[in-house]
Each structure stands twice: as C-alpha cells, then as structure tokens.
Write a protein that binds this ligand. Structure first.
Ligand SMILES: Cc1cc2nc3c(=O)[nH]c(=O)nc-3n(C[C@H](O)[C@H](O)[C@H](O)COP(=O)(O)OP(=O)(O)OC[C@H]3O[C@@H](n4cnc5c(N)ncnc54)[C@H](O)[C@@H]3O)c2cc1C
Length: 473
C-alpha cells in the first residue's frame, strides 16, 4: 500500500508531490492524460500575481502572498523560467482613480507592496498606453513564470526523489477501506493510506466517488490571443484594467519566452473539457485590449487558445481534510491565483494536512534540483561550437523558430518522466510554439522520438494516447 496517492498532475499535484518527496513516503501520482501539466496548468496567463487583489482573509489571499517570495529559489532549483517584471493596473478615466486607492488599501491589508503612479509615470513605464489612461497601481513583486516547466520539472524532481508517476490512469472509482483507499482506474486498482485530490475542474467529481462534495465546481472559460515575438515589446509589465467581480479583466502580458498573451475572457460554461475558441470571445478581447493600448499588432497572432478555471461555489480555494471521509485531502477550486499560490499550497498540504495523517520523516538524500535543460539557444556561438565537436546532434536544428536542436530533444527524452507525445516535447522545450506552430518541426520531432524509442513513426501520438499524426497501421 502506498502512503499517498495524488490524483492529478497539474501544477498543484506537481508541487504537492515534490514537497511530499522531501519525506520518507511512498508516493504514487495518477494522471488521466498522456502528459503532466496538460489541464488548466497548460492554459492560463502564467502570472505570479503579487497578491493585492484577493479579498483579505481568504485562502486565495493567504497562499498567494505566502508563495510570491518562494518563486525565486524554487524556480532556480527546478530550472524554471521566471521573471519578476511587476504588474500595473490602470485607471482609464478620472472616475476610476478612487478604485486604485481601494486596491492600495486592500494591498496594505494583504501585506503587499504597491505604489500609485500618476499619468506621466504610467506612460513612462508603458509607452504604448492610450492617452486617456490617467494613473495606475504598480506592484513590483508580480512576475511571469513558465507554467509548463513548473509542473513538469517539479514532477521530474519528485520522481528523481522516489515518487512514482503513472500517466493515462483516469481514476473512475474510489473505495474507502479500513486502513486506506482502493483507487480504481481502467488499468487496475491502487491502494493508498492517504488520497490527495488535485484533479482541477474534476475535483468535485473525485470527492463524490467516495464522499459527498458540499460545493460544486463550474468551469469558467478564458480565451486568449498569442502574438509572435515582437522586435519592441508591446508591454513591459503585466498590464491590467481594473478588476471586476468575475475576473481581473482583459490583460496584456509578455510570456517568459517573449510572446505576448492578450485575454482572458470569462465565460461560465457547462462542459469540463471544452477548450475551443470562438469569434465572439476573441472579438471581445480585441475591443477591450484596444481600449488600453495603441496599435496592438493583432496581425501578429500565431495562435488562440482557451483554459478552464475551476470556479468553486464557495468563492474561495477549498484546501482541507474531507469533511466526511478521513484520509482524503481535497485541494479543489484552485482557480486564479492558483498558479501564483501553488508553492505555498503545497507546503501547507504536506506540512499541515498530511502531517495529521502520516509521520513525516525528512529524507536525508533529498535533492532539490533537477538536471538543468541544455537551453542551447542561451549559449554563445563559441560554447555551441565546443559542444558540436563532441556530438553532432548539437548542430542539427529541429525547430527554427525557437532554436531547438536534436540534442535538446534527446536530452528531454532521456529524463525520468515519460515524454509520450509531440505536444509534450512542445510544452517542455517550445519546439512547435513559434511562428510556424510546428509546421516545419513536427515531422522532425516525430522522427527523433521514433528513432529514440525504437518504434515506428505511426506510433507517435500528437497528444492523447492514440492521436497519431502519421496514418496508423
Ligand atoms: C484563463 C485562466 C487564466 C489563469 N491565469 C492565472 C494566472 O495568471 N495566475 C495564476 O496564479 N493562476 C491563473 N489561473 C489559474 C491556474 O491556472 C490554476 O489555478 C492552476 O493551473 C490549477 O492547477 P491544478 O493542478 O489545480 O489543475 P489542472 O492543471 O487542471 O490539473 C488537474 C489534473 O488532474 C487531472 N485529472 C482530472 N481528473 C482526473 C481523474 N479522474 N483521474 C486522474 N487524473 C485526473 C487532469 O487531467 C489534470 O492534469 C488561470 C486559469 C485560467 C483558466
């Protein structure tokens, strides 16, 4: 019997798994998809919010504020791209200026450092703002992070420290036993003393398999435009309008790779799997963003996408022992700022909730770091030439847009968590994320994967297990 079974390999499950792997525990992670970090973790604004916005006294405020200072060291250990670029929420008229004071007062209660900027100061910070913008609230501790890397690298580190990861394992039923749980998937049954439910939009369904959820999770869709890398950045900070009750509004944010995200919308939907985009939502984004910034180059759009917020009926994160079934820990309703709060949520879940159920004995051999990615595009020509001398794969460019070589891909495939799909390569290395959106590199990635794994090219999936790219059979 495992000590802990974690359901869900999103950023929440990932960081909980990594935190738990600091202790002498037998941990199993079950993920329904063919890759880690494939749910909401793969489709969001990627902002490490500073924490001024959540209502004081909520778990959202508590964990967001606690997590912000953790990102620097965590991302260094896990080799995750992270930039503290600050955020700016702007007033679009004199009437909106008092709202900035309200946010400043809320920031003071939450313990977050912010500064009100006048018209000249906001325009100096963001030269592309429209002239009607009259002031702003700057939060220097906000940042941007690579969420794909954060989830995948945390899981790689947990696996390196002894955790077991199983992909393509959709939990369909859970039975309570005297000494733990029987967790059932189409592939068999797994036994664990403690179950941690980190199943994102499906977390209420997981509870109802073995207990009774006192709340519901409703998916709220957010759609985006992704712009190609621009010669001069459109924005220097995370740029927000004033928030409304449903969302932080249509924002403009650079990614750690240098693209620009514009969105998200906020649309309550019924389906927990519908991540399609539509014209009306995208037009809504375009109109709102055009009110903030001049001459947004929407013609540089390379992709649109949507993610689903796991909006709980309670209005706040649900992070607690299940009310009716001892041994089940629910980490549910983790909508925004869930990514920004994840490191602190993980520490709380392990050090406070798991500790109530299992002895926590620190592992003497815990290694907090992963083997860093090669990141050849960051090397000088001299450094690359030295590497090419030893291995010609360093000279074989696979993804022209993102400068990814065959050596980068082989290094990825040799790591301790499975890379089963073209999309997994894309999320970890960005091959296929650039201007051509994989038009030139997908075939090369498939060939390298087939060669490395010693299987035919028609067995390489794009995303889900049988989503073959080359005609199968
Ligand atoms: C549009 C949008 C914008 C956002 N922007 C931000 C932001 O800028 N900053 C921020 O802090 N937060 C943001 N968030 C919130 C943030 O993305 C989430 O809080 C975070 O990704 C939640 O992670 P998770 O691990 O709980 O969920 P997920 O990433 O969805 O992971 C849950 C995992 O559980 C798996 N699973 C589900 N059911 C089962 C089952 N039965 N068996 C096995 N596995 C199962 C799923 O496949 C999935 O991999 C945003 C969210 C959205 C939608």
């Amino acid at each position: 019997m495992h000590d802990i079974i974690i359901i869900g390999a999103g950023v929440i499950g990932a960081l909980i798994g990594r935190e738990a792997s600091k202790y002498e525990l037998d941990i199993l992670m079950l993920e329904k998809d063919n890759d880690v970090g494939n749910g909401t973790t793969a489709a969001n604004s990627a902002i490490v919010h500073s924490g001024y916005d959540p209502k004081p006294g909520t778990l959202k405020a508590k964990f967001n504020v606690l997590a912000v200072p953790m990102f620097k060291d965590l991302c260094a250990d896990l080799d995750v791209e992270f930039k503290r670029i600050g955020s700016l929420v702007v007033a679009q008229s004199e009437d909106e200026l008092p709202r900035l004071d309200e946010l400043k007062a809320r920031a003071a209660i939450n313990g977050v450092d912010v500064k009100i900027l006048n018209k000249a100061e906001v325009h100096a910070l963001e030269p592309n703002l429209h002239d009607h913008i009259v002031g702003g609230l700057f939060a220097p501790t906000a940042g941007i992070v690579n969420p794909f890397e954060l989830a995948a690298h945390a899981i790689e580190n947990a696996v390196d420290n002894g955790m077991t990861l199983k992909l393509n394992e959709r939990v369909t039923a859970i039975e309570k036993l005297n000494d733990g749980f029987k967790v059932i998937t189409p592939n068999g049954a797994y036994y664990g003393k403690v179950v941690i439910n980190a199943a994102g939009v499906f977390a209420d369904n997981i509870i109802n398999m073995v207990s009774k959820a006192d709340f519901t999770i409703t998916p709220r869709k957010g759609s985006y435009f992704v712009l190609d890398k621009l010669p001069i950045p459109l924005v220097n900070t995370v740029l927000f309008p004033l928030p409304n009750i449903h969302s932080k509004g249509i924002l403009v944010v650079p990614t750690t790779a240098g693209n620009t995200l514009i969105g998200p919308t906020s649309e309550q939907i019924m389906s927990k799997v519908d991540v399609g985009t539509d014209y009306a939502s995208l037009e809504n984004i375009r109109q709102n963003a055009n009110r903030l910034l001049k001459n947004i180059p929407f013609h540089k759009t390379i992709r649109t996408f949507s993610g689903l917020r796991a909006t709980p009926s309670t209005g706040d994160f649900v992070i607690e022992h299940d009310k009716y079934v001892r041994g089940l820990i629910n980490v549910a309703g983790i909508e925004s700022p869930g990514l920004a709060s994840a490191p602190a949520i993980a520490v709380h879940v392990v050090n406070e909730l798991v500790k109530d159920l299992l002895p926590l004995k620190p592992r003497k051999d815990f290694n907090p770091k992963i083997r860093p990615l090669l990141r050849l595009k960051n090397l000088t020509t001299k450094e690359i030439q030295a590497k090419v001398k030893n291995d010609k794969n360093f000279a074989t460019l696979v993804c022209n847009c993102e400068q990814i070589t065959k050596a980068d891909i082989i290094d990825l495939l040799s790591r301790s968590i499975p890379v089963n799909s073209v999309k997994a390569v894309k999320k970890r290395l960005r091959a296929g994320f650039g201007l051509c959106q994989g038009g030139f590199c997908t075939a090369k990635v498939i060939a390298i994967m087939a060669e490395y794994y010693g299987i035919p090219v028609d067995e390489i999936a794009y995303d889900d297990k049988e989503s073959y790219v080359v005609k199968h059979g």
